[in-house]
Design a protein around this ligand. Structure first.
Ligand code: S3P
Length: 275
């Protein structure tokens, strides 16, 4: 009995120490975030490049250099990685307080670029085709085969209306989303629209083995792509706020270019930011 009391007392003391640690951690964390915001504001005012990803690596390496397993090195790494991610997310929300919408022809790299952007900016992403497949329980091919294109476009329109209302999300649109003006009006309300462009030959090279695109099934050829691309060219252009050429560029280069172009559209860049 007496012994149990002693143990409970000890545990209670340790808990109080933990509470003190948490309080300190929160204070230090908040201080860190304020410093990050200070740097961000400075960079915006002086038009300096943002998101110094190399610096994240340096922070991690420096912090871990003297630690070994006994000093919780794995856990410290996890902890720091999370802090860096939260910090990136906070900066993205400040810099890009809208949805980033990727449009473009099939095979222009919307999905790969979108995932990369989501990683770099610590922003959520959503793929409209994936959402359509999830909602209907069918693949895009099955929807086209069983119900036809106009049925698919109706579902697509509903999905676009829904995702357009999201906040701070990267929205990857199916290649035909631009065909309906209403979709673009909806997406533009809370988003900036980025067009990924590629030459027909590049697109053909990227998707020729792929049979998940019903519009090209059975007629996968450079000429088919050229024709459809030509037909949609102006519509894509008219819908976009930013155009990115993707030929001969890596995903890393394309996503960095998007971030930089969006950053330069920021009305505060080069001016003193209000607090
Ligand atoms: C389409 C593009 C596809 C998909 C559907 C129709 C189009 O999306 O939505 O097959 O009309 O261009 P991806 O561009 O993501 O392949």
């Amino acid at each position: 009995m007496e012994q149990e009391k002693e143990i409970n007392k000890k545990i209670e003391e340790l808990r109080q120490e933990i509470d003190k640690c948490d309080k300190l951690l929160i204070e230090v964390f908040q201080r860190r975030m304020e410093l990050v915001m200070g740097i961000l504001q400075n960079k915006r005012e002086n038009k300096l490049p943002i998101f110094h990803f190399q610096r994240e690596q340096e922070i991690l390496e420096r912090a871990l250099s003297n630690l070994d397993e006994e000093h919780y090195s794995n856990e410290v790494e996890d902890f720091l990685r999370n802090i860096l991610k939260i910090s990136r997310k906070l900066q993205s929300q400040k810099l890009f307080p809208y949805n980033i919408v990727l449009i473009g022809f099939m095979g222009t790299g919307k999905s790969t670029v979108g995932k990369k952007l989501s990683q770099k900016l610590a922003m959520e992403y959503i793929d409209t085709d994936a959402l359509i497949q999830e909602r209907t329980g069918m693949s895009i091919n099955e929807i086209f085969q069983n119900y036809g294109e106009s049925y698919f476009r109706d579902i697509e329109k509903d999905v676009i209306a829904e995702v357009s209302n999201m906040k701070n999300t990267i929205i990857l649109c199916g290649g035909g989303v631009v065909l309906n003006k209403e979709n673009i009006i909806a997406l533009r309300k809370k988003g900036k629209i980025i067009l990924l462009k590629a030459e027909a030959a590049t697109i053909y090279g990227r998707i020729k083995e792929d049979d998940t695109r019903p519009l090209l099934n059975g007629q996968m050829a450079l000429e088919t792509i050229e024709k459809l691309l030509q037909k949609r060219k102006e519509t894509y252009k008219d819908a976009s706020d930013i155009i990115i050429e993707t030929d001969n560029k890596t995903v890393e280069e394309i996503s960095t270019e998007i971030i930089n172009k969006l950053y330069l559209m920021d009305e505060y860049v080069g001016k003193e930011c209000s607090k």
